[in-house]
Design a protein around this ligand. Structure first.
Ligand code: C5P
Length: 222
């Protein structure tokens, strides 16, 4: 059984999350937010006060944790050993830690099958950094969604301000540049467009423009 997959890769803040969410609703397909898996592992590592360089402890930890998703029509709950941790995952500290441990081979290896398991009928929208290059190399359609670091910092700042948080755009920009640097330059599964990916620069595009463009590209394939 071949399940159609659309991969949406790109740096943080390019709009992948929102675009993927809308696409999965419009097509009625499953959604994989692969960053959340790295965030769950980061949460577990921080919670257990494990040193980020401690390979042995990290390996023991990932072998012992149980990750489950409770998907309903209106929400997705993430459970770590039966505890609902959904609300903790978007924290900056967790994102930062996730991007450090994402360079760890043991962690990436452990998450491969978990990600592949999301490919279920009628289809999958897979959001991440290496969806088209490593996890779903045979995907039907591969998108690489980018935007300038300044625009991504503006969007992220607005998102956080809308949540009522007091944030500094310069700090956010520095953070974005730092994370890009790590994601693009790591030796294992670096952030690069797949050879056959369509690259979309969303700096001057709205979310709707991006969604329409992807849906049109998909329609052309059928
Ligand atoms: O997308 P999100 O910000 O939730 O991802 C958190 C971190 O997880 C990223 O900075 C990246 O380092 C890592 N990640 C990854 N591969 C993926 C998804 C996320 O390395 N497929």
């Amino acid at each position: 059984l071949i399940v159609p997959v659309i991969t949406i890769d790109g740096p943080s803040g390019a709009g992948k999350g929102t675009v993927s969410q809308i696409l999965s609703e419009k097509l009625g397909w499953n959604l994989l937010d692969s960053g959340s898996l790295y965030r769950i592992v980061a949460y577990a590592i921080l919670k257990n006060h494990i040193n980020l360089d401690d390979q042995v402890c990290i390996e023991q930890l990932i072998k012992s944790i149980d990750i489950t998703y409770n998907v309903t029509e209106s929400s997705t709950e993430v459970l770590l050993d039966d505890k609902n941790i959904t609300n903790y995952l978007r924290d900056e500290k967790i994102g930062e830690t996730a991007s450090v441990i994402a360079a760890n081979e043991i962690v990436r290896g452990y998450l491969i099958q978990k990600q592949k398991d999301f490919a279920k009928p009628p289809g999958l929208i897979a959001d991440g950094r290496d969806m088209g290059t490593v996890i779903f190399p045979n995907a039907l359609l591969k998108i690489f969604l980018d935007a300038s670091p300044e625009e991504r910092a503006r969007r992220r700042t607005k998102q956080l301000q809308d949540k009522g948080l007091d944030v500094n755009i310069d700090e956010i920009l520095a953070n974005i540049i730092d994370r890009d640097q790590r994601d693009r330059n790591r030796s294992i599964s670096p952030l690069v467009p797949a050879d056959n990916a369509i690259v979309i620069d969303s700096t001057n595009l709205s979310i709707n423009d991006v969604v329409s463009y992807i849906l049109e590209s998909y329609a052309l394939l059928r």
